[in-house]
Design a protein around this ligand. Sequence first.
Ligand code: EPU
Length: 420
Amino acid sequence: MDKILVHGGHALSGSVKISGSKNSALPILAATLLTKEPCVIHHVPDLSDIHYMLQILSHLGAQVERASGTVTVQAEKIITEAPYEIVRKMRASVCVLGPLLGREKEATVSLPGGCVIGDRPIDLHLKGFEGLGAMHRIEAGNVKVFAGQLIGGVINLRGKQGPTVLGTDNVMMAAVLAEGTTVIDSAAAEPEVVDLANFLIKMGAKIEGAGTRRIVIEGVKELHGAEHEVIPDRIEAGTFLVAGAIAGKGDVTLRRVNPAHLTSVTDALTRAGFLLKADGQNLTIARTGTTKSLELTTEPYPGFPTDMQAQMCALLATTPGISVITETIFPQRYMHVSEMKRMGADISLNGPTAIIKGVEKLSGAPVMASDLRASAALVLAGLQGQGITEVNRVYHIDRGYELIDDKLNGLGAKIERMKA
Ligand code: EPU
């Protein structure tokens, strides 16, 4: 198992290229199951979560080829059951349910278990499939969804915590091949949902309203192959912006980003006293002088993303004043806090709210990565820590950040990867 050593105190500057979005690529790859024809997907990041998805597609019978960032999938003949051994490794495997149900009118996937960032049920996905006339059964740890025929309906996907991203993706992927019109109300409006909708439209689907709370889908008989470029990863981009905020000396510029997808993050960083400049597909962050504490609440897009909450904790840990973060999407997503406290951060938790008193310096310490974003946040905390921060269990980082150590080193950080 690898570990990462972050030598604190090295200033960052220069530019870094942002990879394709993990959370777009995963459902888009699943959507290739909707056609017998080949699909070509570009800008697919080289991540362990992507490898798991490609393994699932292969298991289901698809021919999968990968040449650097381009993946070609042809799912001429498929089976409809995804095995526990692969599915258990990644919760997003659940997004093969929609396309399998759409194409074959049945799908069996191992039910995703609990997750360190909180309880992650799929009741809304199942409610959506039910709205299309499908039934489901839970048996031996698997969920089986099946329908004689899928028929469009009006489906409200609002849950207690707001809309569901993969739930919206799943229902959209099943509904494109349903008979008649489907309306998804309270749909997730994340850019990744829009990217999936754009890919499905290229395949011949009829979808309107992706990116709003109401998506209307008119079912078609069949879909064809298509070629698509995955959008830039806004969470990787946000993570590098925070790296620039924490350790930047001079400018840190991100290349191949969509600044419009990052507005809530750049607004927060501007309020914290940083200078942000967008120029086409480039986004630059620089320090202006004094930094300020923040109040932040995570919300569905276009609000501040839960996937950036841990990284902001790392920044605010050494920002003068008292900052307050409230996590509304995954109220227990604070595994990074106890690790940051071991580095000297002054953070207290009150239910879903973190109260962060900025300290002058963090000090390097051995810490444990618990999930993807928490691990990235610990690396960021290490950039400003005095001494060495040893981040263990970095396989969590490799699930969602392509070459994070090389990219940060390219900006001037000193990070080593070692076998633990
Ligand atoms: N929820 C339900 N029932 C459901 C589905 C969701 O109650 O059937 C609840 C969840 O428990 C949560 C809220 O609804 O409280 C939102 O969850 P959502 O379904 O939107 O999450 P997801 O689709 O499973 C995706 C991303 C996550 C990201 C969330 C929120 C992918 C592969 N994953 O998960 O990304 O945090 O949306 O934006 O797209 C990450 O990349 O690190 C990551 C965890």
